[in-house]
Design a binder for this molecule. Structure first.
Ligand SMILES: Nc1ncnc2c1ncn2[C@@H]1O[C@H](COP(=O)(O)OP(=O)(O)OP(=O)(O)O)[C@@H](O)[C@H]1O
Ligand code: SF4
Ligand SMILES: [Mg+2]
Length: 325
């Protein structure tokens, strides 16, 4: 989109997370921030969904509202078939361990006063031990994420950024989650370390059977780790497709502009790299929200919001004038 619709949602018994028409608004003095404006997506078991878009498009808000922190303004979030937007108190608490998040800045997301072993084990004290992990097996988990258990009594500042992200991953895994939402997990790391953390996430996904939502502003990072990719612009969905398909046939003008911006990318797009800032999320453009920056915008784009529609098998785009050839 920058449009709307649910045509891309799948009807399958394997669907673990199904977010439908999610809206998240923040009232502020002088208006309302339209952070997420009718986003829909799903995640099947064992899948990695990449979510990509430039800064401020609503990726983190989408992630947080999916785990109900904050609860969306409207829309539904089904997890294992239950709408968790309707849950509160103990019933919501029971779901929380299964939906974990890791964040961009690994060092500041870890409690500086706790040892690494305490940080990783803390969730077990809060939520209780589970079938996979106990306080006695934390060393095994440390080993599996590549942290030497002999360093378990050290504090976060004694580790590098990459090692802290390994610790964050262990802290999430210890709760035996079904889904880990990774919000820009490598953006703060050196390029040489980024690949190691991406490989670790893939290993952990295969070994422990978690599904991943992987958020990044960088399409090239999302490409290799994702099975499916959703491109967002100003709180809306532009395009959803299998990762290879999206890269082989980018169809939305915004996706194509993002691709044109990848240094050295071997992609066949004639779009210019995007210029200019995002319009204000307090007063978003009417019609297609991308119309103020799109080279192909027409009058229709300024008045009518495009709906997601399937342009090839499993490939959905919300654009009045998609590039389909
Ligand atoms: N608590 C809040 N109160 C008011 N506005 C907010 C709040 N949280 C986010 N926003 C606004 O919502 C919009 C989406 O923000 P969000 O952080 O979700 O974007 P993002 O895609 O994650 O960006 P980035 O790539 O910079 O992390 C932005 O306009 C942001 O300023
Ligand atoms: S052609 Fe129109 S609908 Fe498509 S991306 Fe551009 S402004 Fe949006
Ligand atoms: Mg963010």
């Amino acid at each position: 989109m920058a449009g709307t619709g649910t045509a891309h949602l799948r009807e399958s018994d394997d669907v673990l997370v199904r977010v439908e028409n999610m809206v998240v608004e923040f009232p502020i003095s002088g208006g309302t921030v339209h952070a997420v404006s009718g986003i829909s997506f799903d995640l099947v078991e064992g899948e990695t969904l990449g979510i990509v878009g430039e800064s401020g498009c609503g990726k983190s808000t989408t992630a947080r509202a999916t785990i109900q922190l904050p609860k969306p303004t409207s829309g539904s979030v089904h997890f294992h078939g239950d709408d968790i937007t309707t849950l509160s108190g103990d019933r919501l608490r029971k779901v929380r361990p299964q939906l974990q998040m890791i964040f961009q800045d690994p060092i500041s997301s870890l409690n500086p006063r706790r040892t690494v072993r305490e940080i990783i084990g803390e969730g077990l004290k809060v939520w209780g031990e589970n079938d996979s992990w106990s306080l006695d097996t934390i060393d095994l988990l440390m080993e599996s994420v590549g942290i030497d258990p002999r360093y378990g009594e050290r504090k976060p500042h004694q580790f590098s950024g990459g090692q802290c992200q390994r610790i964050s991953i262990a802290r999430a895994l210890v709760l035996d989650p079904k889904v880990i939402i990774c919000d820009e997990p490598v953006s703060a790391l050196d390029v040489s370390v980024q690949a190691q953390i991406l490989n670790l996430l893939e290993d952990m996904k295969a070994r422990y059977g978690v599904s991943l939502m992987f958020i990044s502003h960088d399409l090239s990072v999302v490409k290799n780790i994702s099975d499916r990719v959703m491109v967002m612009y100003m709180g809306k969905t532009c395009e959803v497709a299998g990762a290879d398909d999206l890269f082989d046939r980018p169809t939305h003008h915004y996706t194509r502009a993002l691709m044109a911006a990848i240094p050295g990318a071997d992609v066949n797009v004639d779009e210019q790299v995007l210029e200019g800032e995002l319009p204000s999320a307090i007063d978003p453009p009417s019609g297609c929200r991308f119309n103020t920056r799109c080279p192909a915008a027409t009058d229709e784009c300024r008045t009518d919001e495009p709906q997601l529609r399937e342009v090839a098998l499993g490939h959905f785009v919300a654009c009045h004038h998609p590039v389909t050839s």
